[in-house]
Design a protein around this ligand. Structure first.
Ligand code: NAD
Length: 483
């Protein structure tokens, strides 16, 4: 059993102010795999104070120097990749090969992209030839609170902590209490990379405790949050009193429009994408809308793919999917599966209960419902498990209406070989991101949604600018070289 009760504050690991043990449960065994502490207000205050003290110097550090220090995190990652991936796998249930190939590498992927984008930041920009001496200066916002979920834990940390530090902000991370071990390793990477004391701080805790303390703290200028829409709303309200900037990445209910002219790998690719990470991705293509002429065939193919996906322990090598993160998520997903049956969905793969070969572990059968109607619970609500809804459509217009008729707007998908249709739909679908024919976002693009999926823009230049404030200056002399 791993015991890691300390918090990383002001460049050192310090014990919690009050003993509040929290067991981290391994979803494969349902047994505790680690004990951490949940922080108290005194811990949050200490971390914010350390970040505040470090801010003036870090903000004044030349951008190149900051970039060099942040790049050092990659060296630490390379040294400890196996350990890092094992932590993720154990605490949130991602199979080890998936953790090694997909989850852990989010850190170098985003960091490399951010470092490249960082070179493009113009710190003092002329407004234009029409307004001589008018400038816009970009400045770090100050101390930022970073609150992250458990499902792609390193991905979220990299999308927040790396650009915050590059921008010249200092930060306090509160990772998910479900998956804190990878975050603590990230803090070690920062330490060993020589990131100055107080620039990056970590306090473990829950939403009601450290989460809301950060959100309401008078010395925290901004909150960057990824998680549920429920918590995003609570955070927005709590942050209003101190008028913080709030950046939100929330839930999703991605529509995947499959046309009769889609390539012949489209169904398989889409089902695998849905089931990946046991369906625990905010951008999962969880609603598959299929043109009626190929619908029955698509249902059959999708069911066959889902039935071929193996479910198994996170520690085993292989391309299976692991358990979902915890008991309450398992129960929530089971509730949706029952609801889907009750409301008249046609179950064509998976279904309720544990897969036959298991009597413990939070496993969910890869499940597909056909004949789902717009407005059914499983069509409207985010399930966050390996459960996909299939819906037939008769025209492009109808598909567009169903796709856009949701409170969410994160990623929508289109499968078609008709380039004109693809372009047309990419502009008409209401979402922060559109992926065509299995092509994922380009390096340096952002991740982000619209509507109740939150409106943050994480990644690339946009992701760095989230942590910067602009200042309009008149009478700036551009003939004097900046320091
Ligand atoms: P969650 O909202 O329960 O928790 C996320 C984080 O917020 C945790 O660290 C938690 O402790 C903290 N938190 C909870 N309530 C809080 C509050 N009132 N104040 C401050 N902090 C609070 O979400 P989760 O169960 O960890 O993650 C799953 C959710 O995250 C899903 O809805 C998923 O769609 C969403 N998600 C979104 C994205 C995205 O980029 N859009 C990415 C991954 C996950």
């Amino acid at each position: 059993m791993i015991e890691k009760r300390e918090f990383y504050i002001g460049g050192a690991w310090v014990p919690p102010s009050v003993a509040r043990d929290h067991a981290v449960i391994n979803p494969t065994t349902e047994e505790p795999c680690a004990v951490i502490s949940l922080g108290d207000k005194a811990d949050t205050d200490a971390a914010v104070a350390a970040a505040k003290a470090a801010f003036p110097r870090w903000a004044a550090t030349p951008p190149k120097e900051r970039a060099g220090l942040v790049a050092g995190i990659l060296v630490q990652y390379e040294k400890r990749l196996q350990e890092f991936a094992e932590a993720i796998s154990m605490e949130m249930g991602a199979p080890i090969d998936f953790a090694l190939a997909e989850q852990a590498p989010c850190l170098p992927w985003h960091t490399t992209n951010f470092l490249k984008a960082f070179e493009e930041i113009e710190w003092v920009r002329p407004l234009g030839d029409h307004a001589p001496g008018a400038a816009v200066a970009m400045e770090p916002i100050g101390v930022v609170g970073l609150i992250t979920p458990w499902n792609w834990p390193v991905n979220q940390i990299a999308l927040k902590a790396i650009p915050a530090m590059l921008a010249g902000c200092t930060c306090v991370l509160k990772p998910s209490e479900e998956a804190p071990l990878n975050a603590m390793l990230f803090a070690e990477f920062c330490h060993d990379a020589g990131i100055p004391a107080g620039v990056f701080n970590l306090v473990n805790g829950d939403g009601a405790g450290v989460g809301s303390q950060l959100t309401t703290h008078p010395d925290v200028e901004a909150i960057s949050f990824t998680g549920s829409t429920r918590a995003g709303i609570a955070i927005s309200k709590a942050a209003a009193d101190s008028l913080k900037r709030v950046m939100l990445e929330l839930g999703g209910k991605g529509a995947n429009l499959v046309f009769a002219d889609a390539d012949d790998k489209a169904i398989e690719r889409s089902v695998r994408r849905m089931m990946e990470n046991s369906g625990q991705s905010c951008n999962a293509p969880s609603r598959m809308l299929v043109e009626r002429s190929i619908y029955e065939d698509a249902v059959e193919k999708a069911a066959a793919v889902a039935n071929s996906i193996k479910v198994g322990p996170a520690g085993n090598p292989g391309d299976h999917i692991g358990p979902v993160v915890n008991k309450s998520q398992w129960e929530k997903i089971q509730g949706y599966i029952h609801k889907g049956i009750e409301e008249g969905g046609r179950l064509v793969a998976g279904g309720p209960g544990l897969p036959e070969e298991f009597n413990r572990g939070f496993y969910v059968k890869p499940t597909i419902f056909a004949d789902v109607k717009p407005g059914m619970t499983i069509e409207k609500e985010e399930i966050f498990g390996p459960v996909m809804a299939m819906i037939p459509f008769d025209s492009e217009e109808e598909a567009l209406t169903i796709a856009n008729d949701t409170v969410y707007g994160l990623t929508n998908y289109v499968q078609t070989t008709d380039a004109e249709r693809a372009n047309r739909l990419s502009l008409k679908l209401k979402a922060g991101m559109i992926e065509m024919n299995g092509k994922s976002r380009g390096a340096g693009s952002f991740f982000g949604g619209v509507k109740q999926s939150g409106r943050a823009r994480e990644g690339g230049v946009w992701g760095i600018e989230e942590f910067l404030e602009s200042k309009a200056i008149s009478g700036y002399d551009f003939s004097i070289a900046a320091e």
